[in-house]
Design a protein around this ligand. Structure first.
Ligand SMILES: Nc1ncnc2c1ncn2[C@@H]1O[C@H](COP(=O)(O)OP(=O)(O)OP(=O)(O)O)[C@@H](O)[C@H]1O
Length: 312
């Protein structure tokens, strides 16, 4: 049975459709990432799944329950990582965890949860004295203390320094090993690439692409970006035709040509034999696989800027 099933979900704020005909599934034990630009409808969708926002129409089942009607029994089965706030700064980490554990009928062990989120050394530290990164670990611990089957992480590492982000990723990996289902939103493509089994890209309330991070936009198949320097301006107009489309280059680098192709072998053969016949060098020639960020930006309608070295 799927952990989450959404069919034709619509959420309106007045006459504005923030979420419009949304459908997706998340399997048990899967880490699923919802991506999309600001205002795409990710938080609204998560709030509906959490049971915190009423939908206008559509079918939603989470852990076999309609979140609108799940009540307390449903809320005990899900974990929501809230952004700090509301926690008594004078209590210690362990006291806070114990306090929250009392809200659940079958909580996790406080000690184990503290270890799981890497706060073992801070058990006796007052919450008010925790650094921002450690405070977010506590937020995660509080989301886990009820031993949820499904965890919602809405932009879990926004504002983290790189070290704190890495350790947050390690924690999520540990949750994966425990078999937990995680619904994640993030604006960091490296985070998504690292953590998610599958991603769905939202734009203006609908899903415009859904895949594994590696397969998004067909980038695992044959998509490649070929880049080289053009020796002089008119050269561009003389370029042989081939199976590619010209991509906007990096800002301020008009002498660099970037071609996107799904036939890299043929494209390279045409380009190199054409340049060889003319006795010219394709300076700085590189072939790259579009990065997740490039693909995401193409899908959501912004201009791509850089790429990963090809691994295919
Ligand atoms: N309570 C509300 N009343 C009216 N409009 C709202 C309300 N909440 C959100 N919206 C609008 O609905 C749209 C979707 O918002 P939502 O917060 O779900 O997007 P998001 O994808 O989570 O964005 P972000 O990445 O910025 O968090 C936006 O246009 C937003 O302005």
């Amino acid at each position: 049975m799927a952990a989450i099933t959404v069919r034709g979900l619509r959420v309106q704020y007045g006459s504005f459709r923030a979420v419009d005909d949304l459908s997706f599934d998340v399997g048990r034990g899967e880490i699923f990432a919802l991506l999309g630009p600001n205002g795409a409808g990710k938080t609204t969708t998560i709030e509906v799944l959490e049971g915190h926002r009423r939908r206008t129409s559509g079918y939603v089942q989470v852990l076999g329950v309609d979140p609108d009607r799940g009540g307390r029994a449903y809320r005990e089965r899900i974990g929501i990582m809230l952004q700090g706030g509301g926690i008594d700064a004078d209590l210690t980490v362990a006291e806070t965890m114990r306090l929250y554990a009392r809200l659940y009928r079958r909580p996790r062990s406080v000690g184990e949860t503290i270890d799981l989120v890497g706060l073992t050394g801070q058990r006796g530290t007052r919450v008010g004295a925790l650094s921002g990164g450690l405070e977010r670990r506590l937020d995660l611990g509080l989301a886990l203390i009820g031993d949820p089957e499904l965890l919602f992480l809405d932009e879990p590492t926004t504002g983290f320094d790189p070290t704190a982000r890495r350790s947050a990723w390690e924690m999520v990996q540990r949750l994966r090993e425990l078999g937990m289902t995680v619904l994640l939103t993030s604006h960091y493509m490296d985070e998504v690439e690292h953590l998610a089994d599958r991603v769905a890209v939202m734009r203006r309330g609908v899903i415009v692409a859904e895949s594994t991070p590696r397969g998004l936009g067909g980038r695992d198949v044959a998509q490649a970006l070929i880049t080289f320097q053009v020796p002089y301006a008119s050269w561009r107009d003389e370029l042989v035709a081939g199976p590619w489309t010209e991509q906007p280059g990096p800002p301020g680098q008009d002498d660099v040509l970037t071609l996107r192709t799904d036939q890299p072998t043929r494209a390279l053969a045409i380009l190199t034999s054409w340049a060889t016949e003319r006795g010219e060098e394709l300076s700085g020639l590189t072939v790259m696989r579009p990065s997740l960020e490039d693909t995401y930006l193409t899908i959501t309608g912004a201009e791509p800027s850089h790429a990963d070295p090809a691994t295919a």
